[in-house]
Structure formats: C-alpha cells, structure tokens
Design a protein around this ligand. Structure first.
Ligand code: SAM
Length: 348
C-alpha cells in the first residue's frame, strides 16, 4: 500500500465514528446497579469492575498509561455513580459535523519533525500562529506556553511516533486516582508520583453537542446539582469576530473519562488548552488538561471553571477558555475549593 492510499483509507475510517454516545452499550452498568449493595460490595466487586472498565476501554488509545484507582476513605459509596461509558474518545451528538479530514494536512518529514524546518507544514502552521520557530512542547513533552492553540502532528503526517509534536496523542504518563472528597463529591488526585508543571494529564472526553442541545441538557443537570457540560470557547476562536458565539459544548455525562471528576478551584493547578490532532475544523478542538505548576503526590487536581486566573503567566493570553457551560438558570452554589483566595461562589 502506498503512503497516499494509507492516508485515503484513514480518512474514510475516521470520517465515520461508530456510534452516538446515546447508543453506547450500558448492559454492564445496568446489571451492576440492579444488584443488592451487599453483592456489589463483596470482594470489592464494584470497585474492581469500575477499574477494569477503565483499563479495558482505554487499552487501545492509551496503552502505556498507568492504571487509575478508585479510592474512598470518606463514606460508604463504593465508586462514583455507575452511570456512564468510560472512554477517552470524542463522540458526536445530533447535528455536530464529523471530524473534517478533507482539509486536514500532514507533513512529509522523515523521522521526527525539525521545528526549524522550512518544509515541514506542521512547523509552518505553528509559525503562522505564533511568529516564532518551534512547537509548543519541549523535548520532555512539557508545554512551553499555556493558553495557545496546539496543532499536533496527525495521522496523515509522515513523521515518526517520537516526533516532539506528538504529546496528547501519546496519552497520560502519570498515575492519578479518582477519590471521594469531603464535600465536593468525587475528585481527581495525583497518584504516588510528583507531576511536573506543564504536564499533559488527559483530554476532557465526551460528546460534542450543539449549543441548543447543551442548553436543554444543562437545565436538567442543574436540577440534580451536577453538570458535566463544557463550552468550547477559546480566545483564538473569538479573536477575529466580535460577534462570535460558541458553536459546541462537550458533555461528559453519558461518555467521558476521569477528567469529568475534576473539581473547580479558585487557585487551580491545571488549565485547559485547545489541541487539534485529526481534526481540521477549528471549532472542534480537543480540550487538553495540563498542570500549571508542580503537583505533589496525593494533591487534588483542579482547574478553574471560569478560565484563567488574572495573575497567571504574563506571557500567556488571559482567559484561554471561557467556562464550564452555565445555562441561564445555573444554580449558584458555595465553592468549597478551600483556596486562600476562594471567591466563595462556584458560579459567580
Ligand atoms: C464536573 S463535576 C466534578 C465532579 C463531581 N465532584 C462529581 O462527584 O461528579 C462538577 C460538579 O462538582 C461539584 N463541584 C466541583 N467543584 C466544586 C467546588 N469547588 N465546590 C463545590 N462543589 C464543587 C459541583 O456539584 C459541580 O456541579
């Protein structure tokens, strides 16, 4: 098979994601939820199944990621509610265009891309956006500037897997746990290793929804006091158009990964950056979570549901993303992040 044929075949495969999130199988969840509590508790069955589902559903796209553990030292809940399909993939709701492969371009570099190359179209794309040579990652895969859109090399690129411009697609490298918190429900915590600043943690996986569908679902979620909706709203999307409004939201309610348990903090140690890999539609980035400072083992990982802090890195743009989706009747609730500079409210 020639390289061109390989590219064509990939384009066909990626243009048709298999199922909508609402059609995902949920027999396992239903069966577990139906069992009496003593049975789910016996031999730690529910926890083992939850952890096994995480490992199984991410084996293909994140084969080297350390396992995720569920830990509850607070109360009797065995695991987070068994109510969603665990997945690192993005799903597409009704009316959301499939990934745009027609306009996706790949580089022709042999071996890893050279950030200073005059011929690498991925390096050129970065130069167009940032007017400086180099990709947004250093040789250890850490982000060099937070808050800018990242265009990683993609499946149409000829460069090697160890290219410096492939980080999010290689997956999570650090252990994390999903733990019950005292007063914010479940949360995400660093495992036994210190996580350096600017390290990739995970993408906010879920279902792309049109804004109208997100509004409808948001009203429902507010009724039970938990929302997993996130507006796709970044400064680089609005910059040339004062009338720009967000086209899509990501909902991690039906399908998502551990990032759906990231709580809000008024002094966050993580932020969200727009990343494009196998997608040429600028309105549909992946929401990639990176640490913004060193995180000690066992510390909770949090981001600001309102975007970046005013006193963040001087060189980084302010408010790279707008917010977790706040429908018009959003419930104002007390923020329990515990930070010294906590504003007191979660929806301010
Ligand atoms: C995206 S979910 C985060 C995971 C959630 N803790 C859980 O158990 O599923 C967002 C919800 O978590 C809770 N939450 C997140 N950050 C919080 C904070 N700083 N203070 C109080 N509640 C918080 C709120 O109920 C919010 O609607």
């Amino acid at each position: 098979m020639t390289w061109e044929q390989h590219r064509e075949q990939l384009a066909k495969e990626y243009a048709h994601p298999p199922v909508l999130a609402k059609d995902l199988p949920h027999e396992l969840e239903d069966r577990i939820n139906y069992l009496p509590r003593y049975a789910r508790r016996a031999d730690n069955m529910q926890v083992k199944l939850f952890e096994a589902a995480i490992a199984e559903n991410t084996e293909t796209d994140e084969p080297h990621a350390p396992p995720i553990h569920i830990i509850n030292d607070i109360d009797d809940d065995l695991t987070p509610p068994y109510e969603f399909h665990y997945s690192n993939l993005m799903w597409h709701g009704e009316g959301v265009p499939k990934p745009d492969w027609e306009n996706l371009r790949g580089c022709d570099c042999i071996g890893p891309c050279d950030p200073k190359s005059e011929t690498c179209i991925c390096a050129q794309r970065h130069r167009q956006h940032f007017e400086s040579p180099g990709f947004l990652y250093d040789e250890r895969g850490r982000l060099t500037s937070q808050g800018y859109p990242i265009f990683e090399c993609n499946d149409l690129c000829r460069c090697s897997d160890d290219c410096i411009n492939r980080v999010v697609q290689r997956g999570r490298k650090y252990p994390i746990n999903i733990c019950k918190t005292e007063d914010k429900g479940w949360g995400v915590f660093a495992g036994h290793k210190r996580i350096p600043a600017n390290t990739y943690i995970g993408i906010y996986a879920g279902e792309y929804l049109t804004e109208s569908e997100a509004e409808e679902r948001g009203v429902l979620y507010n009724k039970f006091g938990r929302t997993y909706l996130f507006d796709v709203d970044f400064w680089h999307l609005r910059v040339d158009d004062p009338n720009w409004t967000s086209k899509y939201s990501i909902d991690a309610y039906h399908a998502g990964n551990f990032t759906r348990y990231l709580n809000h903090s008024c002094d966050p140690n993580c932020s969200i950056n727009a990343v494009y890999i196998n997608e040429a539609n600028i309105d549909k980035p992946l929401l990639a979570i990176f640490t913004t400072r060193d995180v000690r083992p066992g510390d909770e990982l949090c981001f600001s549901y309102y975007g970046e802090d005013d006193d963040s890195d001087e060189d980084a743009p302010k408010s790279p993303h707008e917010s977790i989706c706040m429908p018009n009747d959003a419930v104002y609730r007390e923020c329990r992040c515990g930070a010294a500079k906590c504003t007191g409210n979660m929806w301010r």
